[in-house]
Design a protein around this ligand. Structure first.
Ligand code: 5GP
Ligand code: ZN
Length: 113
């Protein structure tokens, strides 16, 4: 999608610090990390949010979570725990309208931060 920040990151038009990449998934470090580990995991296909998912996206969603699990292991979070978040729409606090999982960890997390 032309005017989407994350599609531009996927296309390499905007640089990012990549953490994982395959044919369908890209993961990169958040520019404004909320914890010692803060990685964004996105499908390369433009999907607006979790609210726009259809059954056709089932396999993509599995790959998104598989990438999160693998990255959590590689980044040393598996035993300690971590948080996976996807914000949806304005009230959900979504600022980039391209589906993404936030993988956040490396410190104890509370519900309000
Ligand atoms: P949202 O608020 O949509 O759930 O999450 C968007 C995330 O993208 C935010 O955590 C924000 O810091 C991150 N972000 C915004 N612009 C950029 C960018 O240009 N590069 C990277 N790596 N992260 C970005
Ligand atoms: Zn996009």
């Amino acid at each position: 999608m032309d005017d989407c920040l994350f599609c531009k990151i996927i296309a390499g038009e905007i640089p990012s610090q990549k953490a994982y990449e395959d044919e369908e998934i890209l993961a990169f470090h958040d520019i404004n990390p909320q914890a010692p580990v803060h990685v964004l995991i996105i499908p390369k296909q433009h999907i607006r949010s979790a609210d726009a998912l259809t059954e056709a996206d089932d396999a993509t969603l599995c790959r998104l979570f598989a990438a999160a699990r693998r990255l959590a292991g590689e980044l040393g979070l598996s035993g300690k725990g971590y948080r996976l978040i996807t914000n949806v729409g304005a009230d959900g606090g979504q600022s980039v309208p391209h589906l993404h999982l936030h993988l956040i960890g490396g410190r104890p997390l509370r519900w309000d931060n």
